[in-house]
Design a binder for this molecule. Structure first.
Ligand code: DP6
Length: 328
């Protein structure tokens, strides 16, 4: 066993066809397959050490010890069971993403945790196997093992629910401008929200069918470098996901007035011939999907509404990597 922490860095991803709903909440098997773009700007560094002298797992986030989270334990347990030992672990994580604000902090966090923990346990796994371990912490983390456009095959069991690369975006000019409207943790976790959507929205079966069709069309668009279709499907898919929380009982929404202002801006830019689209996750922040040629004009419009530090340009990002201790 390693006597120092083993570190991994994973980047966030934003889904272009969203995951929303579980078939199995223990193993985190989704109701539908999903597809995302890994981004370069936001990431998490996580260090793990298994230690026979520890009696219980320890979790440190951004330099502070915090109570162990069940999701972290689930991910560590998956690694321990594969490695065939029961040692407790020390986990230290540094987030370069605003937490729990719909910016996919759990995606980068659990992809980094799974990768660092497997390496610390001396397990040699390929990306597909790592994605199955990351999945045990958080569904969206399955996709953050890889860079570029990534599909999470929903499957129906631990073995069949994994991620793989669909395409490397070098061929395609695509980026996302993240508009940070809130850095506060969300009031309702995506975990609870998607469960309520599955259980109470009468539109849930329609979502599942449509997400399946969206995925097929999205892959076709990616493979033919068709930016307009990628943006169009991503936008309609996101709004249909948000229609599930609006149609749940009790009903709620992650969108706030600023989110709607960004959405209106994107629509009006598009009416004026600037090709851009929006997507949103479990939080009010909006990501604008665009191409580099339109980046500066979109930013100029955003700057009239929002402060510079809340406008972040994200390009396609890499898959997870083992790194040196980032604190040194
Ligand atoms: C809206 O992966 O955070 O970002 O599996 O319960 O941890 P858990 O949920 P999580 O949900 C992500 C939802 C989403 C869509 C997506 O990333 O596909």
């Amino acid at each position: 066993m390693n006597n120092h922490l083993v570190w991994a860095r994973a980047h966030t991803n934003i889904a272009l066809v969203k995951y929303w709903g579980k078939l199995d909440s223990q193993l985190i098997i989704p109701q539908n397959s999903s597809l995302s773009l890994t981004l370069d700007h936001f990431y998490t560094d996580t260090g793990v050490k298994f230690d026979a002298t520890l009696s219980i797992d320890q979790l440190w986030i951004d330099g502070n010890q915090v109570p162990m989270e069940q999701k972290v334990k689930d991910c560590l347990d998956a690694v321990r069971s594969l490695a065939g030992f029961h040692q407790a672990a020390i986990v230290k994580s540094y987030n370069h993403v605003p937490n729990s604000a719909g910016l996919a902090s759990s995606a980068s966090a659990f992809a980094a945790l799974a990768t660092a923990a497997c390496k610390a346990a001396n397990l040699v796994l390929n990306g597909k196997q790592l994605s199955r371990i990351a999945r045990r912490g958080s569904g969206s983390a399955t996709r953050s093992i890889f860079g570029g456009f990534v599909e999470w095959h929903g499957g129906n069991s631990d073995l069949t629910s994994y991620a793989e690369v669909v395409a490397d975006p070098v061929e395609l000019d695509i980026e996302m401008i993240t508009v940070i409207l809130s850095r506060k943790p969300k009031k309702i976790s995506s975990r609870d929200a998607m469960q309520s959507s599955v259980e109470t929205s009468p539109y849930y079966p329609a979502w599942r069918n449509q997400a399946h069709l969206d995925l097929i069309e999205m892959k076709r668009a990616i493979n033919t470098n068709d930016f307009k279709t990628i943006g169009h499907i991503a936008e309609t898919n996101a709004m249909r996901m948000h229609a599930l929380t609006l149609s749940a009982d009790p009903s709620f929404t992650y969108l706030n007035a600023d989110s709607l202002a960004v959405i209106e801006l994107v629509r009006s830019l598009r009416m004026n011939g600037i090709d851009c689209y929006f997507t949103m996750d479990a939080g009010p922040n909006v990501k604008i999907i665009c191409q580099q040629l339109n980046e500066s004009i979109i930013i100029t419009h955003l700057q009239q509404l929002f402060a510079d530090e809340n406008i972040v340009v994200c390009k396609p990002g890499p898959g997870v990597k083992i790194i040196n201790d980032p604190r040194k």
